[in-house]
Design a protein around this ligand. Structure first.
Ligand code: SF4
Length: 290
């Protein structure tokens, strides 16, 4: 079997940076290294990080209070993950009395900055994304109570009259095509709306690479990554939109080798939170097929 691996498959720079920051503390002997919710949406990588002393606490989506009283001899640190947090959550985490380190992806920081600036100028902010995703929850915190999350044209139609000061941003991992359609729809309702394409470069590269795998003749595409990882699920959906069979797996053990044997060329891609070792294992297994 011929296997074509997408150039962008695996960690994006924002995820890699957050992991490096947390690991740096752990390697320096700082224990525990806490993260407010999972550092990344990948179970296998989280297991590796837990073994290194990096400990996920609480469930940020629920904005829970954390139970992180330091034990004897412990010198803990709190690392904010790549998805970012709201200003209220930041204040809360800083009040815990331990070192605080922000590993929010700079691309998410840029979106938060735009939302914050426009909220201060009296704008309503429409966020295209998943209302339950930590990035969106964090961004909503910058809207000063004037934030609205939309995922469809119907959601835009259902918005109240927001006047003329309206802006729109996107969760960093959404589909570009859908954002353009919804941005245009929002402008029909609110002609003066400012629409900012805030889908990150890493997401755009991964989506473009799926189209490229199709163009290179792949008959099916394997997407590796967590089933709760937003960008991985989107990649799988994009493969299906290309009209190609999609095999979404978390690990090599889930590969349906019998079904895959009917193809001669397959593509492999992976979400931004999928570690290289999982991708290597899948590619090796596929390359061994006749
Ligand atoms: S997907 Fe984009 S915004 Fe999210 S962490 Fe990666 S580079 Fe940053």
């Amino acid at each position: 079997m011929r296997v074509i691996r997408a150039k962008s498959a695996g960690f994006c720079w924002g995820v890699e940076r957050a992991i490096d920051i947390a690991r740096e503390y752990a390697q320096k002997g700082r224990h525990p290294v806490y993260t407010d919710g999972p550092l990344i949406h990948n179970r296998q990588m989280m297991e590796v990080l837990t073994g290194e002393g990096i400990r996920e606490v609480g469930d940020y989506s629920k904005q829970e209070k954390l139970d992180v009283a330091a034990g004897a001899g412990e010198h803990p640190v709190m690392v904010v993950r790549a998805h970012g947090i709201s200003p209220d959550r930041r204040q809360y985490l800083k009040s815990l009395g331990m070192e605080f380190r922000d590993a929010t992806c700079p691309d998410v920081g840029i979106i938060a900055g735009k939302v914050r600036l426009h909220a201060k100028r009296g704008f309503h902010t429409v966020i295209f994304g998943d209302a339950k995703h930590p990035e969106v929850i964090g961004l909503l915190g910058y809207t000063e109570g004037h934030g609205h999350v939309v995922a469809s044209k119907a959601d835009i139609d259902a918005l109240p009259d927001l006047g003329s000061n309206v802006c729109m941003v996107s969760q960093s991992t959404m589909f570009t095509d859908e954002f353009e359609i919804l941005g245009a729809h929002l402008k029909q309702r609110f002609p003066q709306a400012l629409v900012f394409d805030t889908i990150c470069g890493a997401t755009k590269d991964r989506q473009a690479d799926v189209v490229e795998l199709h163009r290179q003749g792949c008959e099916a595409i394997i997407v590796i990554g967590g089933r709760h990882s937003a960008n991985t699920v989107k990649l799988a959906k994009l493969v299906e939109l290309q009209g190609l069979p999609c095999f979404h797996v978390e690990t090599v053990a889930e590969l349906d080798l019998k079904a895959l044997q009917r193809y001669t060329v397959v593509g492999v891609t992976a979400g931004a939170s999928t570690p290289a070792f999982l991708i290597d294992e899948v590619c090796k297994q596929l390359e061994a097929l006749p």
